[in-house]
Each structure stands twice: as structure tokens, then as C-alpha cells.
Design a protein around this ligand. Structure first.
Ligand code: AMP
Ligand code: MG
Length: 465
């Protein structure tokens, strides 16, 4: 297995070679994503040596893993961060293979560089749930145990994740380069991003402009996709927004159950900055931070900073609007978009404490289940039915359209906690079962699946770092 290391082309002040350690006791695989192993033909990793490699220990594989510096706006404020508990083994088959929880690095800022097992399980589950919903996401290839503990509020077993990402670069990577390094060094980083993510652009004269435009389009699409399934990322700092526009860094994330549009689930997000309904505004803010970091490369001398921002952000706005229109219309079973009707339904769901996913399942398969709960909802349903009749779409086609975007199941908060408790008791059976079912969230056979019933507890999540 030969891994490439594109980040060796980075300015050296942004990198740290990862000090590979010798293992004292053999590491243990706790979880392996066999689908990814088969898909990417990684069977040779399923050995003790592979397990040590995926745990950050010395092996006969020839590689020089790196950790990277980055900055980030965390809760709106600029901070210096970096791979404090991550290292990139290298690149293979279109993915960065990175470890998370493999120990401290130059960027750890006093942290232990570890990931407690609950956080590792959570990331594995949510990354799988999102990608099964066809939403771009990093993936977890493996979770290993190295006989270490993570000391948090309680003593927890530590785990090492092997995470596959289309790129390890974030908005914060460009922020770091533009704040501390030269314009040429910022360009050096961008060249790596283009080479790894979009090689055909390398010879194009306005490649940086095109790359930034692509970022605007894809970030807007990504956040609209999250909104369409009720996903709340929970910590949308600029360091957690990938230049490869996939969902990364699962901390206090959750899917909406009881619809709460403006409430954050993260226990530390006291101002509800990262609530469901704020996500597009926040990603837009993050996109503008990216544009600030790119100003020396992208801004036309003739235009003002404001004009420069508008030139890019207008693409973000129109793409977000269009994607939300398309996805919400499909979810409602309409041909003609109607964001007002969509927003009315979400507000009704909130005031009636309805479950986000189940509401759309009922609207698709059993609309009578929604009638009789509240006069306002009945009125909305009648209006909706009227629109459906006016459009006159063939009912079969309409149902197919709705089934393609309304999942029968999503990952439930209580279920995640039960799985984590069982894994802490060394029982991974429920995790395996749920990972299998989650592969096909749109399959009709999962409607009303007992494992995926609505959580009893309120969603409060922590980063669990
Ligand atoms: P996150 O909230 O996971 O996105 O992490 C934010 C920043 O804190 C990143 O730079 C991480 O590398 C760093 N970090 C989080 N947890 C730890 C830890 N246990 N040890 C060292 N660095 C950490
Ligand atoms: Mg992060």
C-alpha cells in the first residue's frame, strides 16, 4: 500500500511530522467498516500490522505522517488551532487517511490528543448516517483500542479513529496561511487543494477564482442538504468547514426529533449560534471569512472589498435558495417549489412538538396520521392537498419523488446513547445492527422500525472531547 503525502508541499511552518511510537501492547480493532474495506480494496489492513498502523504505531509501511496547523473562527472569534489530536497518514484512492486520537502533536495546546470511545462511536455512526443519506461526509474506516484511558469528567477508554476525508484542508487552513504567511505561501496551500480535489483546474488561468466559486456552490448545497433531513452539525466553526465541502468534525451533532428551529443542542452553545435554522447564515459567515483570507489572491484591484464579497456570496445565496427550493418541494411532493409552505410546516411542527422525520414519513405514506392533531395543521394539510391536486402529478410518481428524499429512519439521540453504553460494556452488537440498517434509510421496510423510535429524552449533546 503506497500512500501519497500531498501536504509535504505545504509551507513547512504549517506542518509537523508525526512522531510514530512503538506500541507496548498489541492494539485491538473495535470496529471496521467492511464496506469501505471492500470498496477500496484495503484487505491488507485487516492484520495486526494494519491495526497498529491504524492506531498510530510503527509498522513496516513506508510513510511520514503529518499534522497540520490551522486557525478558525470559533463561536465567531479567531483562534489558532491545528491537528491537536490528528495526523494524516497519507492519501490513497482519493481520500486522506487520517488518524484521530493518536496522541498529542505540536498543535495540542495542552490537550492529551486522545478521543474517548463514546466520541469515536458517535462520529462513526453520524458519518455513516449522513453518507447513507447521500450527504457528503467524512467516513470512519476503523476504530481501534490501544489500552489507553482518556481522563475527562470520568475515566473513559480512549480510541483511535481512522478517518477518510476527501481533503484535510479547512477554511481555517487558508485563514492560518493568510494571517501568518506570505501570499505565495497561501497560494502554495491552495495549489495543494486544487491538485487533490480538482486536478483538471490546475492548468486553467483563473483557477483560484473557479475554486472559490465552487466552494460557494458546494457549501450552499451541503447546508441545504443538512436542512432537508433536519441535521444539526452543532459546531460550525470555520475550522470545521472542509474545503472539500463534506461534513467533518462531528462533535455535538444530532438530527432534529422534536422540531426546535432555534435551539442549539450543544451544552456549550448558550447563544444558540449553531441551531438548525441558523446553519445557512453561519456557513455564509464562514464563507465570508474564507473570502477575507483569500483577498490577496482573489480581489480585483478595481473592486471594493464589499463588491468582492458580493460577487462570491451572491452565488452562495442563489445556490442555497435554489437547492432548498428543490429539496423542500420534493419532500412535500410538489413539482413547483413553495418555501413559504415549507416554512409554515416547520413552524407548525415546532409549535406542536412533532417529530421532523416522522412528519415527512406520514406526509408521504399515511397523511391521515397527521390529521386531527391541531386545527392549524389540518388547515395546512388541506392547503397542501389542494396544491397536490392542482399539480395533478401521477400519485405513483409523486410517492417515488417523496420517498427519494424522505428517509424512513434517521439516527436517534437515545439510540446513539444506548449504543455507546453497550460499546463501553464491550458489546458492539447493537452498533453493528444499526450500522447495517442505516445503510438504506430510504427503504420502505424500515418505516416504524422499533429501534428508530423517537427519543424520550431531550437532545443535549457535548463535544465529548
Ligand atoms: P474539535 O472541536 O474536535 O473540532 O476540536 C477543536 C480543536 O481542538 C482542534 O484543533 C483539535 O485538534 C483540538 N482538540 C480537541 N480535543 C483535543 C484533545 N483531546 N487533545 C488535543 N487537541 C484537541
Ligand atoms: Mg474541528
Amino acid at each position: 500500500m503506497k500512500l501519497k503525502q500531498p501536504y509535504h508541499a505545504f509551507p513547512t511552518s504549517m506542518t509537523q511530522v508525526f512522531p510514530i511510537k512503538k506500541s507496548e501492547k498489541p492494539s485491538i480493532f473495535l470496529y471496521v467498516n467492511m464496506n469501505l474495506v471492500r470498496l477500496l480494496k484495503l484487505e491488507e489492513l485487516l492484520t495486526q500490522e494494519g491495526c497498529e498502523l491504524l492506531s498510530g504505531f510503527e509498522t513496516s509501511w513506508d510513510m511520514t505522517p503529518l499534522s497540520l496547523a490551522y486557525s478558525g473562527h470559533q463561536f465567531g472569534y479567531f483562534t489558532n488551532l491545528g491537528d491537536g489530536r490528528a495526523t494524516i497518514l497519507g492519501r490513497l484512492k482519493g481520500f486522506d487517511f487520517g488518524l484521530k486520537g493518536s496522541g498529542p502533536t505540536r498543535f495540542s495546546r495542552g490537550g492529551d490528543g486522545l478521543v474517548p470511545l463514546p466520541a469515536a462511536i458517535k462520529e462513526t455512526l453520524y458519518a455513516h448516517a449522513l453518507s447513507s443519506l447521500h450527504i457528503p461526509s467524512s467516513r470512519v474506516l476503523s476504530v481501534t483500542y490501544t489500552h489507553h484511558n482518556a481522563y475527562r469528567d470520568e475515566v473513559l477508554p480512549a480510541a483511535v479513529l481512522c478517518r477518510l476525508m476527501r481533503s484535510s484542508m479547512r477554511i481555517g487552513t487558508i485563514q492560518y496561511a493568510s494571517k501568518y504567511l506570505t501570499s505565495n505561501e497561501t497560494i502554495q496551500c491552495l495549489d495543494v487543494a486544487i491538485e487533490t480535489l480538482w486536478p483538471s483546474l490546475q492548468t486553467v488561468s483563473n483557477k483560484y477564482e473557479q475554486f472559490a466559486m465552487q466552494c460557494m456552490t458546494n457549501w450552499a448545497q451541503l447546508v441545504a442538504q443538512w436542512q432537508s433531513v433536519g441535521f444539526v452539525h452543532g459546531v460550525l466553526n470555520t475550522d470545521n468547514v472542509s474545503l472539500a465541502y463534506e461534513t467533518i468534525d462531528f462533535g455535538p451533532c444530532a438530527f432534529l426529533e422534536n422540531v426546535q428551529l432555534n435551539k442549539a443542542f450543544s451544552s456549550i452553545d448558550v447563544y444558540n449560534r449553531y441551531a438548525y435554522a441558523k446553519q445557512s447564515e453561519i456557513i455564509r459567515f464562514n464563507a465570508s471569512v474564507f473570502l477575507d483570507a483569500m483577498v490577496s489572491v482573489l480581489k480585483d484591484p478595481q473592486e471594493s472589498v464589499e463588491e468582492y464579497h458580493t460577487r462570491y456570496l451572491s452565488l452562495f445565496d442563489s445556490t442555497y435558495h435554489k437547492t432548498m427550493e428543490t429539496l423542500s418541494a420534493k419532500k412535500l411532493g410538489l413539482n413547483k417549489p413553495d418555501l413559504e409552505l415549507w416554512n409554515q410546516l416547520l413552524n407548525l411542527c415546532e409549535s406542536l412538538s412533532l417529530d421532523f422525520t416522522q412528519t415527512f414519513v406520514d406526509l408521504t405514506l399515511n397523511v391521515s396520521a397527521l390529521y386531527g392533531k391541531d386545527e392549524r395543521l389540518d388547515a395546512w394539510l388541506k392547503l397542501h392537498q389542494k396544491r397536490v391536486h392542482e399539480e395533478g402529478l401521477n400519485p405513483k410518481e409523486r410517492e417515488e419523488m417523496m420517498l427519494s428524499v424522505n428517509p424512513m429512519i434517521i439516527l436517534r439521540h437515545d439510540l446513539v446513547n444506548t449504543i455507546i453504553d453497550m460499546c463501553l460494556d464491550q458489546d458492539f452488537s447493537l452498533m453493528d445492527e444499526v450500522m447495517e440498517i442505516l445503510k438504506t434509510p430510504f427503504d420502505l421496510k424500515h418505516a416504524n422500525h422499533p429501534l428508530f423510535k423517537r427519543s424520550m429524552s431531550d437532545i443535549v449533546t457535548t463535544c465529548g472531547t
